[in-house]
Write a protein that binds this ligand. Sequence first.
Ligand SMILES: [Zn+2]
Length: 268
Amino acid sequence: MKIPQNSSPMTMSSLGLSTNPSTINSSYEILPEESANNRSKPVSAAEHQAVPILYYHSVMLEVGNEIRMPPDQFEAQMAYLKDKGYQSVSLDQLYQAQYRGGTLPPKPFVITFDDGYADNYTTAFPILKKYGFTATIFMVSSYINGEDFMSWPQLKELAANGWDIEGHTVNHPYLSKQDATTVLSELRSSKELLERELERPVEFFAYPYGDYNTPVVLAVRNTGYLMAVTTERGWANHNTDSWHVHRVYCYANMGLNEFSRRLHNPNY
Ligand SMILES: [Zn+2]
């Protein structure tokens, strides 16, 4: 991803951060306001703030499967975030801040889960509740009520507790390999079903497998989504448009040091 060309307070150099993990801890507490080249001016509008969007799939123990984050590791990550003063924000708050001039609280981050595994409800939900965080589920609509995936009552309970349930197609295809009619139907049918059942707008989208091309981006846009997230590395920032938003991959056995490193380097 591009390194921002402006003097944004969140660039690596202005934060005194390096990509070397061994130096992260010593520079951890340096805030943008304290960095030397930023001292003479206030932190600019929130739209310049880069924000890590964490992305997970399943939260359960299965040795050798990197998309299933062991619950004890997941809890350690959430405890770390809470301890360091991070605050979870919704994708809508992020969108408003980066593209519509809105504001964010200090140390914002976003938690997302792709696909809609049942353990997001049974395991992740109680842990996030304990630490005062909420998250976004990118739900594959045909998986709802399926074995290993969430049911409508579970999704509705999450929504009632401040979580967002957003679009991730009907069948989780590689969208760039589908014809235009299939792409539109994958996008529209899933969005409409979620909106009808959950009785709230579905405005954010995650590309299955992070796969997209220009026609897919245009179709997502034409379906009425406001923003789409990818699987490209890095923090969300307004230097990309709202259809190519980067995320921070969280995988089993990454360890707290690597987790911390990704939270300190917008271009990790
Ligand atoms: Zn997915």
